[in-house]
Design a binder for this molecule. Structure first.
Ligand SMILES: CC(C)(COP(=O)(O)OP(=O)(O)OC[C@H]1O[C@@H](n2cnc3c(N)ncnc32)[C@H](O)[C@@H]1OP(=O)(O)O)[C@@H](O)C(=O)NCCC(=O)NCCS
Length: 160
């Protein structure tokens, strides 16, 4: 397996809302990849010569997300947020480690530390497995006490 990442920066389009550069491809969630998104954003498409496109990511540069996570210091000017990350459905959780490899490529391509808001308990497991630092939302304890679902956990890469 030899992965290559192509970056497409929304800055090439001058509008506030820009078209995402993907089609509706089997194995990728169309709700994530088809349509428009708020600029600035950078899209990443990862390919392998034999398997074709294996993963996609949407990255927000200078994201200010995180002020509601008291254990995390939000850097002045914001941080790089992995907003969406998807490995093609048929290639997940195998022995290939594509998700881990793609995150390593993103860490090389963007200034760190990187952050990600976890989607759900399943995605929590992935970020934990990568060893990223986990931060609770300020309302998490209260929501758990009420038996309600807490807001997303924020994960931050260890590398800076
Ligand atoms: C989450 C996702 C990106 C992981 O991709 P992947 O290629 O299956 O992950 P990898 O095989 O590289 O896994 C890396 C490590 O995390 C572990 N892992 C992966 N998914 C996991 C999960 N849901 N729960 C617990 N551990 C998980 C793997 O076992 C592996 O551990 P190891 O390296 O110690 O053996 C992929 O499942 C996916 O696209 N999911 C749908 C979208 C999503 O949830 N995106 C994440 C947040 S935006």
């Amino acid at each position: 397996m030899h992965l290559e990442m192509t970056l497409i920066d929304s800055a090439a389009q001058s509008a506030r809302w820009v078209q995402k550069p993907f089609g509706n491809t089997r194995g990728f969630n169309p709700n994530w990849w088809v349509g428009s998104a708020k600029s600035p954003a950078v899209w990443c498409s990862v390919t392998d010569a034999a398997m074709g496109e294996v993963a996609r990511a949407q990255v927000k540069t200078r994201s200010l997300v995180g002020v509601a996570y008291p254990t995390r210091r939000v850097p002045v000017g914001g941080a790089t947020e992995i907003h969406l990350l998807e490995v093609r459905e048929d290639l997940r959780r195998g022995c290939r480690g594509i998700g881990r490899a793609v995150v390593a490529m993103l860490e090389e391509a963007f200034p760190g530390p990187l952050l990600a808001l976890s989607l759900d308990a399943t995605s929590d497991g992935f970020w934990r497995r990568l060893g990223w630092n986990e931060h609770d939302h300020e309302d998490a304890a209260g929501r758990r006490a009420e038996g309600a679902r807490p807001p997303a956990n924020l994960f931050e890469s260890v590398r800076s």
